[in-house]
Each structure stands twice: as structure tokens, then as C-alpha cells.
Design a protein around this ligand. Structure first.
Ligand SMILES: Cc1cc2nc3c(=O)[nH]c(=O)nc-3n(C[C@H](O)[C@H](O)[C@H](O)COP(=O)(O)O)c2cc1C
Length: 717
């Protein structure tokens, strides 16, 4: 039985763990449980594998059921993540989503239990308002570029009456964007427009509709009008840049010069490697023929990852700007964009450039409380937000890196995805396919470093492609030092940090991440630090800056972290510099707060609802409060809820610690809201979204990613 005196397991980061057991087994009594009247009894008990130990009184059992593991069917966590998520600001993506087509324009075949051809309905007004009148006072429209041919509506009053649905009543009918920022970038299309419009009588007696502004709240730079204006959002790339990229008018001269050199160098390297005995005269040795590249990596801004910088993983679809903003607010210190594909970036695709946007809270420095002196790291110049790209050939990785670092002013780093397991990426030779092409990967990292100015380059890897053949250790050595030939001539590749997800490509989420392998890799990297000092002594002066961070390559572990206990345990035992958190952060974004406070937080259902509200507010700010923006917000809120509703309140658990790999049998919460927030039915998620976004339009559709249950995902890294 649970007792009021029961105490929760807490690991004290400062003092370290008292036990040598892994976090999943250890139980230590310490801090009283927060917020819960009904604290679980802490005891070591054999847990049923894969099943969350819900207290008997909360179980909902149909007659004849026992709540045992085998009844907990179809709880596999591996399925499809896919690229079905449309980009809110990209009308083409909205069309793709509507048509069930992917971003590559090809229709995907329905397979297995995954809803690959998900449809999301149309999100538009009944009558389209022309942009020339969308943000202006009624009597002073901008000139319409289409002139006579324009099929948009120019009559504002008609639009407000017939062209769109009535204003929403949520948020007290007040536009949350306007309330925060003093103006609303959705203009007349805002679904809360009556809260920021007025009718003014002019001297000639005519009555004019105008949009109001609260100048006391408008921040400098936020007074831009139109589609592209998003208060608090940085890394907005001008439309003309994307047009120029699409017309190949952007001169990526550094990359061109580097690639020309790389072509010749690859040939020298190949000849050297294929030389036969006796071919000495033809091939000599690589070093003798080596010619310096046209661009050496410039001095990079230094990075820092430590126990105080819990890191939010790159998460396609889920790791969107409103979600990252919520996580930063709750204590995430480092964030990554969703993965963008190199080629569409180079083609100026709006969807991929939009992924590179960040919230202003992400461009503040990460927490920094090192225990030893970190040379030349300037925390004031550092920021939280980095971007991730995937590429299958060096020129794509190199050119897209040059474009990113040229056009995005706020970048902590550019990370190369070497872990994405999905076929669409893997089969092109990108993502986890790079794990089996170390030479290509090395060339990518070197090239990216050469063209990225002061922005550091990092990589995210998996243990290997196949389960029975982990290759990460070799790869890490390669990323740290380069192949012997390249090392002698060009120095180290300059990879500033590596994140290792402790699974192979083949491995399913049902099997736990391998933290002992991660620990081995961490030990290996520690042993390199000495070696790189020696290397720094021996490489020529000019190449010293090929060693990032003054010789330190940071190493992050990743996989299955679900609480401060897991986090601190891995920092301490696996000896990683920091830990990256993916699904755990979507299920309970306050995991970052737990890490900061060093204790479990039993968030009540109403507190959890405030996070949903925040997501809705932040979504409206990022994607707009018009019909399109509201429904993109709804779409992504439902995606978020598909994970968020997996949280099992710890007050309902018989034993701790909670584990991300355990699924609950059917249960009810401590109140109706808690029960609703545990629903696996997406129709309930839509009900939750209605609380903040009003009723979903009749045409709105949402299909969870998996038909049989909403747990299914396909990870991209
Ligand atoms: C929905 C989802 C999307 C993901 N998208 C990416 C991605 O774009 N890039 C990437 O490197 N990894 C991606 N991953 C992998 C995560 O970054 C992380 O490596 C993985 O989920 C393991 O960490 P976890 O156990 O903390 O979730 C994704 C994972 C999930 C669940």
C-alpha cells in the first residue's frame, strides 16, 4: 500500500549516485514527492517487463482481464514517422498533405500498420482575400500585382462577412498574438480579428475599418507587415534568397573552389589506395602529391556541452519551433532544428528553409557552470540553437552548409545527420547510410568545416547499420583524427561534437538503447584527448585549428532518457559530456525542469494542460492566427499530443523509476482531465485542441501515425 510518508527516488547530481546499479534498477529514498497526495510506495519489486506498474485502484479492467503484459497488445514503438508533415508556411506542402503526397511529390505506398498517406484536410478561407488588402486600412490598399487578372477578393467587408468563418471564442476572444506583441501578423485574416480592429469615422463621414496596434508592446523590428512577419522569430530568410537559390543565382564560391580541389584530391587518394606493389612510380605516396585545399577551416567559435546543458534532440515533425520554445522555457539548454534535406535547401525550397527558423529564446546562451576552466569558450557569444541537415554526397553537404551559414545569422552549429534510418533517406546514401561510408563522411565533415566560417560542424550517429556489427567506435576515431593519410596532410576533420544514439539502424525501439556501448565510446574519446594534444604538437602550425575546441571533441549520449535519474546516471556512469533527449521530452517536456531541480515532478493534469495551451499560443505566433495557421497549429498540437498523452503520472505508479519503454494497461487518472490526457483516441486529442483552437472545421482531418495505436513512430536518427 502507498503511504503518505513514502518518498520518491531522487538522484543528487552534486553528490553523485550512491549505487552502482543502473538507474532502471536503483531506488533511493530522498525528496518528498511534489504535488501528489497519493505518493507511491517505493520498493524494489520485480517489474513486469514493458508494463508500467499502475496502481491497482487506477486500472480499468474489462471483465476477465488482469492487466497483464500480454494484454497490452501492439505496443511497439518503431513505426513510421515519415515525411508526411506539411510545412505550415508552404502552400505546396499543404497541397501535398491534402493530396496525400510526400515532399518529393511522389505518392507513398500504404504499408503495414502505418498511416503513410495521412490527410489533413484543407485549411483555407471560403473566399481568398487578396494580399494587397490583407494588412492595410480599408481605404488604402497596396497596389495589386495581378491587377485585372486577380481572383482574390478586394472587398474587406464582404470578406469579413462571407469569406471566412466567424471569430473564435477561445482565449476570451482576444488574439493571443496581438495580446503579446501588440500587433498581429495575420492581419484581417486573423480568426480573432474583432479584438484588434476598429471602425473609424473619417472627416468626410465615411467609415473605415482599420487594424489596431498597441505600440507599447511592439518590439523594434517587429513592425514589419505581411506574410513573412513573425514576432520573436529569427533566421527568417528573405523570399528573394530562395528565389535566387532556385534559379541557381547564388554564388557559393567557397564550396565551388573547395569541391574543385576535392575532385582532384579524391582522384589522388583513389590512385594511392589502388596502387599495386611495384606501382610506386605511378602512385608515389599520397602525402607527396598532396596540394593544400583552397580554404582551410577558419577559427571556429568554441562549443561547450556539460551536465548543465541537457539537450533536446532533433525531432522531425515534433521538434518544431513552438515545441522547442516550450522546452527551452522548461530548461532545455541546447536545441536542434528538425532535419532539413541538403538538396531542397540548395534549391531554395521554402519548406526546408522554414525549418531553420528559431525562436528568440533559442538564441540566448546555454547555461554554463563548468567545474574546470574551459579555455577560449565565450558563453556570451554562444546560443542554444543548431540546425541539422542530411545529405548523401559531399557537394550537397558542403554547399548547403555554405548557404546555411551565409543566410542564417543565428546558428550554434551545423549537425550532419548520420543516423536517419528511414528508407527514403538511407537508400539515397544519406542518414545512417553514412555509417558505412566513413571516407565519404570524413570528406563531408572536412568540406563543411572549410566553408562554414566560424560555425562549428558536428555529427549525430548511431551504433552502426546492423545490429551485430557496431561500427561507431571506428567511426568516432575517424571523425576525431581523420584517416591516417588525411591526418598527415590536412590535420583532423574538425568535428566539434558527436552525439551517439545507442541503437543500430536495424534495432527497433522495443529494445533498450545500449548505454554500456555509449560508455565505451565515451572512454575512447577521453583517451583521444591526450592523443589530440600530442597531435596538436606535431601538426604544422597552420593546421592547429583543424582540432576543434582546442582539441576537445564533445560527446553526447542519447537513448531512452526519461527523467533526471536517467540523465544524471548517464552523465556520471557513462561519462558523456551531456545527454540528448528525444521522446522523453515530447512525452514530458518538464523532464528538463526535473533535471535542473534534481527531482521528480508529479505534474497535475491542469499544469499539463497549461503546456498544451502554451503550445497552442506559440503555434499561433509561429504559424499565424488565420485559418491556415490555426489548423497547422492544430495539426502539430495533435502530433504533440500523440506523445504527450503517453505520460503516466508518477502518482499513479506503484514503483519508480518510470521507464520510457513501459506502456500502461488501460487506466483512469486522478480526475477527469487526467483521464482525458491519457486517452489514446485521437478524437479525444481533437477535443483537447478545440479547447484552445475552437472547433475544428468540418474538413479538418487527422490520422495518427499508426492505425492500431498512436504510439507508432519512425525515428529519423
Ligand atoms: C518523432 C521523431 C523524430 C525524429 N527526428 C529526428 C531527426 O530529424 N534527426 C535526428 O537526428 N534524429 C531524429 N530522431 C531521433 C532522435 O533524435 C533520437 O536520436 C531518438 O529518438 C533516441 O532518443 P530518445 O530515446 O531520447 O527518444 C527522431 C526521433 C523521433 C521519435
Amino acid at each position: 500500500m502507498a503511504s503518505q510518508e513514502s518518498q520518491m527516488q531522487v538522484m543528487d547530481g552534486a553528490n553523485g549516485a550512491s549505487s552502482d546499479e543502473p538507474a532502471s534498477k536503483r531506488v533511493k529514498l530522498d525528496t518528498p514527492m511534489q504535488d501528489s497526495q497519493d505518493a507511491p510506495e517505493i520498493q524494489k519489486t520485480d517489474r513486469v517487463k514493458g508494463v508500467a506498474p499502475i496502481k491497482q485502484e487506477y486500472l480499468i479492467l474489462a471483465p476477465g482481464q488482469t492487466g497483464a503484459a500480454e494484454e497490452n497488445a501492439a505496443m511497439d514503438d518503431d513505426a513510421a514517422e515519415g515525411r508526411t508533415a506539411p510545412n505550415p508556411s508552404d502552400k505546396r506542402d499543404a497541397r501535398d498533405a491534402r493530396d496525400g503526397g510526400g515532399r518529393d511529390g511522389r505518392r507513398k505506398k500504404q504499408k503495414g500498420g502505418q498511416n503513410k498517406e495521412r490527410e489533413f484536410g484543407t485549411f483555407s478561407d471560403a473566399i481568398r482575400l487578396c494580399n494587397s488588402v490583407a494588412w492595410t486600412p480599408e481605404f488604402s490598399p497596396r497596389p495589386c500585382k495581378q491587377g485585372e487578372r486577380c481572383n482574390g477578393l478586394h472587398d474587406l467587408r464582404k470578406y469579413l462577412k462571407e469569406g471566412r468563418r466567424a471569430d473564435l471564442e477561445t482565449f476570451g476572444g482576444k488574439c493571443p498574438v496581438w495580446e503579446t506583441h501588440g500587433r498581429c501578423s495575420s492581419g484581417w485574416r486573423c480568426l480573432f480579428v474583432s479584438s484588434h480592429m476598429q471602425e473609424i469615422e473619417r472627416e468626410d463621414g465615411r467609415k473605415e475599418l482599420v487594424l489596431t496596434v498597441d505600440s507599447t508592446k511592439v518590439a523594434s523590428g517587429d513592425d514589419v507587415e505581411g506574410d513573412e512577419a513573425k514576432p520573436g522569430v529569427v533566421n527568417m530568410v528573405a523570399p528573394q534568397v530562395k528565389v535566387d537559390l532556385s534559379r541557381k543565382k547564388v554564388d557559393l564560391n567557397k564550396s565551388e573552389a573547395y569541391l574543385a580541389w576535392l575532385g582532384q584530391d579524391t582522384e589522388r587518394y583513389r590512385t594511392h589506395h589502388h596502387k599495386q606493389k611495384g606501382d610506386e612510380d605511378v602512385a608515389k605516396d599520397y602525402r607527396a602529391q598532396y596540394i593544400e585545399p583552397p580554404f582551410k577551416p577558419s577559427e571556429k567559435r568554441r562549443l561547450y556541452f556539460g551536465p548543465e546543458t541537457p539537450t533536446l534532440a532533433p525531432l522531425t515533425t515534433q521538434g518544431n519551433l513552438p515545441f522547442r520554445r516550450l522546452c527551452v522555457e522548461l530548461g532545455a539548454q541546447v536545441t536542434y532544428s528538425e532535419m532539413a534535406l541538403g538538396m531542397p535547401l540548395l534549391q531554395g525550397a521554402k519548406a526546408d528553409w522554414t525549418l531553420m527558423r528559431a525562436h528568440q529564446s533559442e538564441v540566448t546562451p546555454p547555461r554554463y557552470t563548468p567545474t574546470s576552466i574551459i579555455r577560449d569558450y565565450d558563453n556570451a557569444k554562444d546560443l542554444k540553437f543548431g540546425v541539422q541537415i542530411a545529405a548523401n554526397i559531399p557537394w550537397v553537404a558542403i554547399k548547403s552548409t555554405e548557404a546555411l551559414t551565409r543566410f542564417l545569422p543565428h546558428l550554434r552549429l551545423v549537425d550532419l545527420n548520420c543516423g536517419c534510418p528511414i528508407d527514403m533517406v538511407f537508400k539515397t546514401g544519406a542518414g545512417s547510410a553514412l555509417l558505412d561510408s566513413p571516407s565519404k563522411l570524413e570528406r563531408m565533415i572536412r568540406g563543411m568545416n572549410a566553408v562554414s566560417d566560424d560555425v562549428p560542424i558536428t555529427a549525430k550517429i548511431r551504433m552502426g547499420v546492423r545490429d551485430d556489427k557496431p561500427t561507431a567506435q571506428k567511426l568516432i576515431e575517424r571523425l576525431a583524427f581523420g584517416s591516417p593519410e588525411m591526418r598527415d596532410t590536412a590535420g583532423a576533420p574538425g568535428c566539434a561534437a558527436i552525439t551517439l544514439h545507442g541503437r543500430s539502424r536495424q534495432q527497433r525501439y522495443t529494445r533498450a538503447a545500449d548505454w554500456s556501448y555509449i560508455a565505451e565510446c565515451a572512454a575512447l574519446i577521453k583517451s583521444y584527448e591526450k592523443k589530440s594534444d600530442e597531435l596538436a604538437d606535431t601538426i604544422r602550425e597552420a593546421d592547429a585549428n583543424t582540432l576543434p575546441n582546442g582539441g576537445k571533441m564533445y560527446f553526447l549520449g542519447n537513448g531512452d532518457v526519461y527523467s533526471h535519474v536517467d540523465y544524471l546516471d548517464h552523465v556520471e556512469k557513462a561519462k558523456v559530456d551531456s545527454v540528448m533527449i528525444g521522446r522523453g521530452a515530447i512525452i514530458k517536456p518538464w523532464v528538463f525542469e526535473e533535471i535542473e531541480k534534481g527531482q521528480y515532478l508529479d505534474k497535475s493534469a491542469s499544469e499539463r494542460l497549461t503546456y498544451i495551451e502554451k503550445f497552442a499560443r506559440y503555434g499561433l505566433e509561429a504559424w499565424g492566427s488565420d485559418e491556415l495557421g490555426v489548423n497547422f497549429t492544430r495539426r502539430f498540437l495533435l502530433e504533440f499530443l500523440s506523445f504527450f498523452t503517453r505520460y503516466v503520472p508518477i502518482g499513479l505508479l506503484e514503483y519508480l523509476p518510470p521507464s520510457i519503454n513501459e506502456r500502461p494497461p488501460a487506466y483512469r487518472g486522478r480526475n477527469d482531465l487526467e483521464t482525458l490526457l491519457a486517452s489514446k483516441n485521437y478524437k479525444d486529442w481533437i477535443k483537447i485542441s478545440d479547447m484552445f483552437l475552437g472547433p475544428a472545421p468540418a474538413e479538418f482531418k487527422f490520422q495518427p501515425k499508426h492505425k492500431s495505436n498512436s504510439y507508432e513512430i519512425e525515428a529519423e536518427g
